[in-house]
Design a protein around this ligand. Structure first.
Ligand SMILES: *[C@@H]1O[C@H](CO)[C@@H](O)[C@H](O)[C@H]1NC(C)=O
Ligand SMILES: *[C@@H]1O[C@H](CO)[C@@H](O)[C@H](O)[C@H]1NC(C)=O
Length: 362
């Protein structure tokens, strides 16, 4: 982009009379420069622009913390583009529906059945799908991370794997993501997830219901679990946190995108402190001190986005405060598996890890 517009500012005269500079009638360039000098001038201008952007971003973020929310939620990264009403293009035995979570907010949700019920599901309507929630198969409320939507490849892969292992999966797009309306905020995401939880619980009978939070969504999972506990006295059956972190401030200090600013004077004040100004906390570390639900923390040792030590630290905090230590488990996936930030679902052991933990804590 930059190079294009700059080429327009000072076009080099084409040797064969090609290019915009050689059009008849063009006024002669005001001060003809030799090629070498011009390109070094362009280069310096480019560097200067980059420098100005680099220096101004932290100040802009401090002045307008809402800008930071764009980076945290990344809902503007709205791909893949799919017809959310046709989940069958990506997933078998799945229906799409909508919940109104606040007067102005409607969210899209997919319900993926356990694969074992796939054949009988053919041709069935929504009310039949709703009734299956009480069939005693465990129900996952999947709380995705930032960017993309419920159709993103790694999320669909996880849904397939866990459906194959006998779980229901309810995957929502929070407000501002996918085909859901509204704008994301930390409290808004919790409200959307709470609404889905209430909807599920009204239908799930004695089935186990668990939260599965990935990445940023781990913060939604613990916020929701804590809210349920403190406001309604409800202890959710199980919480799975995949590629989690301690809190958003510490996560931001370690994700790759902030690396170029870590040496910047005032990095903490200008960028990290601005997260709180933008009402973004995602306090997994504080939440696990309050929670009593069984907690399974999964992290790949080669996670390049949220380093594994953040997941381990969260586990240590939980282990320290949980009375029953058997209710907290940390599973690290070895570096050699190469599962990175999004692909723990590719480990064939995953369903057994979750099921065994569920069985042992019951
Ligand atoms: C649905 O299941 C069939 C049979 O197992 C399989 O061939 C097909 O790829 C599945 N469709 C999707 C979208 O996963
Ligand atoms: C749930 O379990 C209780 C006690 O075992 C039983 O009485 C009740 O009928 C069950 N409810 C459903 C919806 O299966």
């Amino acid at each position: 982009m930059k190079r294009c517009s700059q080429r327009g500012v000072a076009p080099p005269p084409g040797p064969q009379g090609e290019g915009p500079a050689a059009r008849a009638g063009d006024p002669p360039a005001g001060s003809p420069r030799p090629r070498g000098r011009r390109s070094s001038w362009l280069f310096k201008t480019l560097i200067l622009h980059l420098l100005i952007i680099y220096v101004s971003v932290p100040f802009l973020v401090r002045l307008f913390p809402a800008l930071l929310a764009k980076f945290v939620f990344l809902n503007i990264m709205a791909f893949p583009f799919v017809d959310f009403g046709k989940p069958e293009l990506l997933l078998n035995h799945t229906v799409n529906f909508y919940l109104t979570t606040e007067p102005e907010v409607t969210i899209g949700v997919w319900h993926v059945l356990p694969a074992s019920r796939g054949i009988e599901a053919q041709g069935k309507d929504h009310s039949w799908y709703e009734e299956t929630l009480a069939d005693d198969n465990p129900v996952i409320i999947y709380l995705h991370g930032n960017g993309g939507n419920r159709a993103s490849g790694h999320r669909v892969s996880l849904m397939k794997v866990m459906s194959g292992a006998g779980f229901h999966i309810l995957a929502l797009d929070y407000r501002g993501y996918g085909d859901s309306s509204g704008y994301p905020s930390e409290t808004g995401l919790t409200t959307d997830a709470m609404c889905l939880y209430d909807w599920v619980k009204a239908r799930s009978g004695n089935s186990t219901v668990l939260f599965w939070g990935h990445s940023l969504g781990s913060g939604v999972a613990t916020n929701l679990a804590r809210k349920l506990l403190e406001e309604k006295g409800i202890q959710v059956d199980l919480i799975v946190l995949e590629a989690a972190y301690t809190n958003i401030r510490e996560a931001a200090a370690h994700i790759p995108i902030t690396r170029i600013y870590r040496q910047f004077p005032g990095f903490e004040y200008l960028i990290l402190d601005s997260l709180a100004l933008g009402d973004m906390f995602f306090r997994n570390d504080e939440n696990v001190k309050v929670l009593t639900s069984p907690l399974l923390i999964l992290h790949s040792e080669d996670d390049p986005i949220l380093p594994v030590h953040l997941g381990r630290k969260l586990f240590e905090i939980a282990l320290h405060s949980y009375e029953n230590k058997d209710k907290v488990k940390f599973v690290a996936f070895p570096e050699k598996l190469g599962l990175a930030h999004e692909n723990i679902c590719l480990d064939p052991e995953l369903p057994a890890i979750v099921k065994d933990f569920l069985k042992n804590i019951k």
